[in-house]
Design a protein around this ligand. Structure first.
Ligand SMILES: C[S@@+](CC[C@H](N)C(=O)[O-])C[C@H]1O[C@@H](n2cnc3c(N)ncnc32)[C@H](O)[C@@H]1O
Length: 234
């Protein structure tokens, strides 16, 4: 006896003794098509929703307080790694006096500098969440009276009293920052940059490898270099 072959839908429906069931099948097919249409709409909604959620995180958590900072000068938060903090501290060894971290994030560099005896140890940061976190960490470490985290735009801060400056910023802003540092820092100041070097400067010392690398610059050497080339940069 030969096996019966697969039946077509027409055969199935044709031999269907229950017409109500046929209606059900057709309704199911129709609703599947309807669902497919909704799927596209849902994807669109999902994409728009995710975009909005990402924007909310960006604006509300990562970049609040940046409304008055031009877009091209906005640098998002990305904390220094343990190795990066160590490299910065190695480059600052033997130095003393005041230190400022420009864009201090959760305050880890300022706190470590305070541990190493730098005073005053100041962080400038616009993100209020990160400022709160910095103050909490300082309080937890028992250093809340020795460090200061200020909600200020680093581009508007007067840096003329700081002998030590640390920066972990984006390459896009470093060129402009060079001008500010050259114009304002005292003659014995040292600048330490993490993650990215200053584009036009030669470092006097480098510490670490790869992404953890940090660069130190003596402001006096840089000024002398510009003077010897007779180029005005500030
Ligand atoms: C890459 S993170 C570095 C954080 C911290 N220095 C560290 O190394 O862990 C840069 C920080 O700079 C802050 N920042 C960016 N532009 C700023 C500005 N104009 N004034 C003050 N802080 C700023 C950001 O909010 C962010 O926390």
């Amino acid at each position: 006896m030969s096996k019966p072959g697969p039946q077509t839908t027409k055969q199935l429906l044709g031999s269907n003794p229950y017409p109500a069931m046929e209606d059900d099948i057709q309704e199911e097919v129709r609703s599947q098509f309807k669902d497919r249409g909704l799927g596209g709409w849902q994807i669109l909604q999902l994409t728009a929703g995710s975009g909005l959620a990402l924007y909310a995180v960006w604006a509300g958590v990562l970049m609040p307080g940046f409304r008055r900072v031009p877009l091209k000068l906005q640098v998002p938060y990305m904390p220094a790694s343990r190795a990066q903090v160590c490299n910065v501290m190695t480059l600052l060894k033997g130095r003393s006096g005041g230190i400022a971290d420009l864009g201090s994030g959760d305050g880890r560099i300022v706190l470590e500098a305070c541990h190493q005896g730098f005073s005053p140890a100041v962080g400038y940061e616009l993100n209020p969440w990160l400022l709160r976190l910095s103050r909490f960490y300082a309080w937890r470490a028992g250093h809340h009276r020795s460090v200061s985290y200020q909600r200020e735009d680093l581009w508007k801060v007067d840096l003329s009293t700081y002998k030590n400056i640390t920066v972990f910023l984006a390459p896009s802003v470093l060129s402009l920052l060079q001008k500010k540092l050259l114009a304002e820092l005292p003659k014995d100041a040292l600048i330490v940059a993490g993650r990215f070097p200053f584009p036009d400067w030669t470092a006097c010392k480098v510490e670490g490898e790869g992404a953890d690398r940090a660069w130190a610059y003596h402001i006096q050497e840089l000024r002398q270099h510009y003077q010897s080339q007779d180029t005005s940069v500030y």
